[in-house]
Write a protein that binds this ligand. Structure first.
Ligand code: ACM
Length: 762
């Protein structure tokens, strides 16, 4: 008996050593039905792989065999019989009628993926791969037993990439398609043409890529302003690229193998500077480099139809995107040909002429067996009966279109524009205005409440858009796409009742490691510490709270401005201060810094006694939060849309601060802002700082002229006056506005703005 007991204990020990408990890894997007069962299945060298005889399923099984070989070094043998210790990829006739639906059953004896669609078998395999990653979490490929029944909530799970503003080579596109496939996304919207460059070979119009695909680089200029096309080899330099038809076919095939349909976008009637530099005769009479095709010229339609025929031929998917956004209609209204067209067709406005244009193109698209989709401006003047809409200027256009029986993809700027910043740090890469952090994407639901059941049925899904004016490399594109695409995938795949914020955040902690192992450059913006400071009147002290978006990971900090280490103070509760402090806070994930640092110099001389007198009022739209906002320890970011900036149009910044009591100080500093590329805000030309104890006799402690900084990136410039410690109650600051914007500015000869935020008195 004793021997038997020993044997039993030994066997149990051995069993628990040889089959370790699988780590909890989570799946993104969350499966719609997941039932945990007892037990585990271990993939061993003896495990077999069975796949149905159709080529698509065989291919999926082969990919899984490759995955196991590459990750776990096991060579799994294929068999043509179902059985135990076997992973089954089964294409059935009846399991799951919805497109993409799959069943994954992991039992102690076998694994079985079943689906009635090829896509479903593929998605089942993608789930299985996620259950075996991050690789570093596993000693062996051991899976917890589970039953998954899964299908997508929406049929359109998309990402748009703009390859016009910056060209992304073929291999970069493949990498992005891999990211989509990892997340079970199935639409890649390829923005192939725009003002800056034409990126697709069209045999009938070779100039489009001989010239339209290249531009003259102007290093000190913002890239999205470089409209001048040239030929490859231009002695002034040339920048750009395009896809040959073979490249396109290769990418379409690569996408199809990942069950991703590609929607090509050929922009019209606007955003077409590149094409019109090649074929200027297609512009309105009297227009130069307008970027808008003439709507009165039949040759325009002949050209676009010839282009589209070649495009139809390359892309098997039913949808073709024709742009339609942001058309400057003034050219049409001044063009005799367009005016003639309007008269003949009984069109009264530019919008109606635009509608005529889109309807004419739609007819052609439809006649060729395709479906037209366009940005929501195509609603203006009347939407073609069969057209579908991408709602980008909020949800309004989408609601209108879906409410009248059109199919709609929801891609509102907030939160679907992935070119917007995803973090609140001055170290974030330069991005357009707008702030679309990870969890704002997660919380999105593309079906508006305003719609009735029929209208809701017309919402195809949600799509993220990455415009690339400021994104020149694949690494940067990955940064903007990830992790927001992970959140979007759950928006698109997982029914809202099955979503769960807390669970998603926990899964993201693991998914970051998965993404890292796959070599993707995801953003850590959601780790970066952010501060919130309030003045507590009762305590006569400032209270500083630190947090990060996900609420995960340790934040460590110092208050002497030195870089924190793993031994620095752990943030656990608000920090109360009554003396100036220099905060340096970072977030540590698994022992290394994650996200950007937060570095701040807080001052304390401001209190409720303080008053500020303005010689010239600040602008009411850019009020920065009101009079006292100038020294409230709330710092504006390097973005023109940060509400903490106080703006002065044309006027100087001229204020006198009364501290309300005499204080001993030795420094006064002010932050100014400039962003040449996107705003009219420029740094001051001169700054003067004067101090006084009595408000009558002032001493100048700084008088400095500034050279213009011609940098297209956002700049925050701190201007500081330091002096021997002395008694001060009044501080007078004058910053000279440059008045009008210089000749080389995109908004030349219009009013310049001054943006001011924090006045730091220490
Ligand atoms: C757009 O962002 N102009 C569609």
């Amino acid at each position: 008996m004793r021997q038997f007991l020993l044997f039993l204990i030994f066997t149990i020990l051995l069993a628990s050593c040889s089959t370790p408990k699988p780590p909890d890894v989570g799946i993104i997007p969350q499966p719609n039905l997941l039932k945990k069962k007892d037990g585990v299945f271990e993939i061993r060298s003896s495990t077999k792989v069975y796949a149905s005889q159709n080529p698509a399923t065989q291919k999926v099984a082969k990919e899984f065999v490759r995955f196991i070989k590459d990750n776990y070094g096991l060579e799994l043998k294929s068999v043509d019989k179902m059985g135990n210790n076997t992973i089954h990829f089964v294409r059935t006739l009846k399991d799951g009628v919805r497109e993409g639906e799959y069943f994954l059953d992991i039992s102690k004896k076998k694994i079985r993926i079943r689906s009635a669609s090829d896509a479903g078998v593929f998605y089942g395999m993608q789930t299985l791969k996620q259950l075996l990653t991050p690789r570093s979490y596993f000693d062996k490929p051991v899976l917890s037993c589970v039953e998954i029944e899964d299908y997508p909530a929406f049929e359109w799970r998309g990402l748009m990439l703009d390859v016009s503003r910056h060209f992304f080579p073929k291999d970069s596109i493949k990498k992005i398609l891999d990211i989509l496939a990892l997340h079970k996304m199935n639409r890649f919207h390829w923005h192939l043409t725009d003002g800056i460059g034409w990126r697709i070979q069209i045999d009938k119009y070779p100039l489009l890529t001989e010239r339209g695909a290249w531009r003259v680089p102007v290093p000190e200029d913002a890239p999205w302003q470089q409209y001048e096309t040239c030929r490859k080899g231009d002695p002034r330099g040339y920048y750009g690229g395009f896809y040959t038809k073979d490249d396109v076919r290769e990418i379409v095939k690569y996408a199809a193998e990942r069950y991703i349909d590609i929607i090509p976008e050929i922009e019209m009637p606007g955003h077409s500077e590149a094409a019109l530099q090649c074929y200027p005769e297609l512009q309105c009479i009297g227009a130069h480099n307008s970027g808008v095709y003439c709507a009165g010229n039949d040759k325009t339609f002949e050209f676009l139809q010839n282009v589209l025929v070649e495009v139809f031929d390359l892309f098997p998917f039913k949808y073709v995107h024709i742009g339609g956004d942001e058309v400057n209609k003034k050219y049409w209204l001044h063009c005799p040909r367009c005016r003639k067209r309007m008269k003949e067709e009984g069109l009264k406005t530019g919008e109606e002429l635009q509608s005529y244009f889109i309807k004419r193109i739609e007819k052609f698209v439809h006649a060729n067996g395709k479906m037209l989709i366009g940005w929501d401006e195509i609603l203006e003047g009347g939407l073609p009966a069969r057209a579908s809409v991408m709602s980008w200027r909020g949800m309004k256009g989408g609601i209108e279109a879906a409410g009248t029986g059109h199919f709609v993809v929801m891609t509102p700027g907030s939160p679907c524009y992935f070119d917007h910043s995803q973090g609140l740090s001055v170290y974030e890469p330069d991005a357009w205005g707008g702030y679309n952090p990870l969890m704002k994407v997660y919380d999105f639901y593309p079906v508006p409440k305003e719609l009735d059941i029929e209208g809701r049925r017309h919402i195809l899904g949600a799509q993220g858009n990455l415009w690339t004016e400021k994104v020149a490399t694949l690494k940067h594109a990955e940064y903007m796409i990830l992790p927001r695409l992970s959140a979007l995938s759950e928006v698109d795949w997982t029914a809202p009742e099955n979503k769960n914020r807390e669970r998603f955040i926990k899964k993201m902690d693991i998914h970051f490691d998965r993404l890292k192992e796959l070599g993707y450059n995801y953003a850590e913006s959601s780790f970066t510490p952010v501060d919130k400071v309030v003045y507590d009147k009762n305590r006569k002290a400032f209270v500083l709270t630190l947090s990060n978006e996900l609420g995960l990971y340790d934040i460590r900090y110092t208050l002497d401005g030195t870089k924190p280490t793993l031994n620095s103070k752990l943030y656990t509760e608000p920090i109360v201060f009554t003396n100036p402090v220099n905060l340096y806070a970072v977030c540590f994930r698994k022992g290394v810094q994650a996200g950007y640092s937060l570095i701040r110099e807080y001052s304390v001389k401001f209190s409720d006694k303080c008053t500020i007198k303005y010689k010239y009022p600040y602008d009411s739209s850019y009020n920065g939060g009101g009079d006292k906002a100038l020294c409230d320890n709330k710092f504006a970011l390097n973005r023109g849309d940060d509400k903490h900036w106080q703006g002065f149009k044309k006027n100087d910044f001229d204020v006198t601060i009364d501290l309300g009591e005499v204080a001993e100080i030795s420094s006064v500093a002010v932050d100014f802002f400039q962003h040449l590329a996107a705003t009219s805000v420029m740094l001051p030309v001169q700054v003067q700082i004067m101090i006084s104890e009595d408000g009558k006799n002032y001493k100048t402690v700084l008088d400095k002229k500034y050279e213009t900084i011609k940098d297209y990136k956002p700049v925050i410039k701190k201007t500081e006056a330091t002096f021997p410690k002395q008694k001060v109650e009044y501080i007078h600051i004058i910053a000279k506005n440059r008045g009008v914007l210089p000749d080389w500015h995109i908004r030349k000869n219009t009013d310049a703005w001054l943006f001011v935020d924090e006045v730091m008195i220490r």
